[in-house]
Write a protein that binds this ligand. Structure first.
Ligand SMILES: O=C(O)CCC(=O)C(=O)O
Length: 296
């Protein structure tokens, strides 16, 4: 079984990401894949709060999927699905995370990215911090685990090494014909700059910083390209957005308060306006409300 080593930590701090090969065994991966398949095929009802997002080309009738599993771009917010959430609370991940962000850890966000063949499905280069009200950025981290081998052909992650040392950039709607909702692109990324394609085997896991610029290509293979992913924060983080509340709580997954739900302490000094970074055709109801209020 793979594990975080001293070199993993050095790489993470230098590059903004680090891959741990073989962190998960095939049995664990099969359980998550089967559950994903059951949800996307409609065999299992989505759990409370789960968002199952159809690919934009399917939704617009441009592509007719060969199977229901090829219609879905991603699933979000699976904290009420016991099988999928077992990824987020898995000790192999949490033990690893302690080396990056310390002992008291909460879960910020959960995601399964399906990326079927036959659609565009690209994810523009972006920074995940855009989506999160918590700071400091250095105390937030993403995990992304390949549920099958991911290659340039099937649309593996692409990263810009060292970009985590920059600032959070403004993001925009990219001018591609078909882009999934909420997939924004960072403004001003050097088109000729260095990029690394993270080809990974099933079970390999990349840990990455929320300011790291990353995205993914199209799935040009004939099969699926699935990944399970989560974001975590240290409980030293505070809520720093000017938008006060999403009406949701976050689960503590490590430390003395593990198992409790938490809202994050508010930090009212220098509040961050998320709308400075996000284009304003907003689908998220909380952000849309904030945009309306800002216009008044
Ligand atoms: O898995 C992918 O293709 C990209 C996922 C990603 O970058 C994200 O959701 O922030």
């Amino acid at each position: 079984m793979g594990r975080v080593t001293e070199q993993t930590i050095v790489d993470y701090h230098e590059q903004g990401y680090a891959v741990v090969p073989g962190l998960f065994d095939e049995q664990s991966l099969a359980r998550w894949r089967d559950r994903l398949d059951a949800v996307v095929s409609g065999e299992v009802e989505p759990s409370e709060g789960m968002l199952v997002m159809e690919d934009v080309m399917v939704a617009k009738g441009v592509v007719t999927p060969r199977a229901p599993s090829e219609a879905i771009a991603k699933i979000q917010d699976f904290e009420n699905d016991e099988i999928l959430y077992s990824y987020v609370e898995d000790d192999r991940l949490l033990d690893s995370l302690e080396s990056f962000i310390g002992h008291d850890i909460f879960s910020i966000h959960t995601m399964l990215i399906n990326k079927p063949p036959g659609v565009d499905g690209r994810h523009p280069l972006h920074q995940d911090l855009l989506y999160f009200p918590f700071r400091p950025a250095d105390k937030i981290i993403a995990t992304w685990t390949a549920l099958e081998p991911v290659t340039r052909e099937n649309g593996c992650l692409v990263v810009i090494p060292g970009s985590h040392r920059g600032e959070l950039l403004e993001h925009e709607n990219v001018d591609w014909e078909f882009v999934n909702g909420g997939y924004w692109g960072a403004r001003g990324v050097d088109p000729g700059g260095e990029r690394v394609h993270l080809e990974m085997d099933a079970g390999d896991t990349v840990f990455f910083h929320p300011i790291l610029i990353h995205g993914s290509g199209r799935n040009r293979s004939d099969g699926p390209r699935r990944a399970i992913s989560a974001h975590y924060g240290s409980m030293q983080c505070t809520w720093e957005w000017s938008i006060d509340d999403f009406g949701r709580k976050y689960k503590v997954v490590r430390g003395e308060r593990a198992g409790q739900w938490w809202q994050g302490e508010r930090n009212a000094d220098n509040p961050i306006d998320p709308l400075k970074y996000i284009p304003v055709d907003l689908e998220d109801p909380a952000l849309a409300k904030a945009a309306r209020e800002r216009k008044r």
